[in-house]
Design a protein around this ligand. Structure first.
Ligand code: DGL
Length: 266
């Protein structure tokens, strides 16, 4: 009997942020087994070069393949921006990144085709979102902006208050009155959604995690790989550093506790 549908969905991120994607995948496909790898020893990816991101991402996928995953979801925007094309060329397993999904949703929501995109330095510099948006509709006016301080804010558990408001103002001032849709192009930014929404009233905020979950569902369904078996699904968490710290912060992202992850080397 071919048991492939029971194989887990593999998700990796540079650290914790990808749990926002895991949460949506769980919500959308509650029967799926999941293996999550957070590369916490090498986070952040957002300021690293393409070569390094490709190397890290390749190693992460090799680890997930050892866990017999049936699909790989790159929850990290930086890795999706810089490494996805390469990874799809060298691995035969289906690999889903977060860029296409976010862009699809933004185009659906935007009325005036004025779309802002925020992400890490490497994501914005790569031009991945800008290219994907313009490929779909060359009349879109794209406003890109790197917001490097958002990640440490979230990692410190700072999601509201004066400091957050000041940093949101510093980065997002230039969007006021210019855009009708903003793509939150980084795993951590959905956690700051409230503060961003308050500041940019009336602007649609695109959190690609939900859209990614739909992409994964469609692909698995198309290939007859959805897990239709009953039973409690397995959720295995792996990190490359400090499992206890990960477990603590995971609560902010998942709004529930997880078992202490296993520390591994990739
Ligand atoms: N996961 C990264 C991203 O979505 C953010 C954190 C990092 O810089 O590694 O781009």
């Amino acid at each position: 009997m071919n048991d492939i549908e029971r194989y887990p969905i593999g998700i990796f991120d540079s650290g914790l942020g990808g749990l926002t994607v895991l949460k949506e995948i769980e919500r959308f496909m509650p029967k799926e087994n999941i293996v999550y790898l957070g590369d916490t020893a090498r986070v952040p990816y957002g300021s690293k070069s393409k070569y390094t991101i490709i190397r890290f991402s390749t190693e992460n996928i090799l680890f997930l393949l050892k866990k017999k995953v049936k699909i790989v979801v790159i929850a990290c925007n930086t890795s999706s921006s810089l490494a996805l094309d390469y990874l799809r060329r060298i691995f035969s397993i289906p690999i889903i990144g977060v860029i296409e999904a976010g862009v699809t949703k933004a185009i659906r929501l935007s009325k005036y085709r004025r779309i802002g995109i925020i992400g890490t330095k490497s994501t914005i510099l790569s031009g991945s979102y800008q290219k994907e948006l313009l490929k779909r509709d060359n009349k879109i006016i794209v406003y890109p902006k790197a917001c490097p301080l958002f990640v440490p804010l979230v990692e410190e558990g700072l999601t509201k208050g004066r400091i957050v408001e000041m940093i949101v103002d510093m980065y997002l001032k230039e969007f006021k009155g210019k855009i009708d849709t903003l793509i939150l192009g980084c795993t951590h930014y959905p956690i700051l959604k409230k503060a961003i929404a308050q500041y940019l009233r009336g602007v649609y905020l695109v959190d690609s995690a939900k859209e990614v979950a739909k992409y994964v569902y469609n692909l698995l369904e198309e290939r007859n790989l959805l897990n239709r078996n009953s039973g409690v699904p397995k959720k295995d968490f792996y990190v490359t550093d400090d499992p206890v710290g990960f477990k603590k912060l995971a609560k902010i992202f998942l709004k529930r506790s997880i078992l202490t992850p296993q520390k591994i080397n990739v």
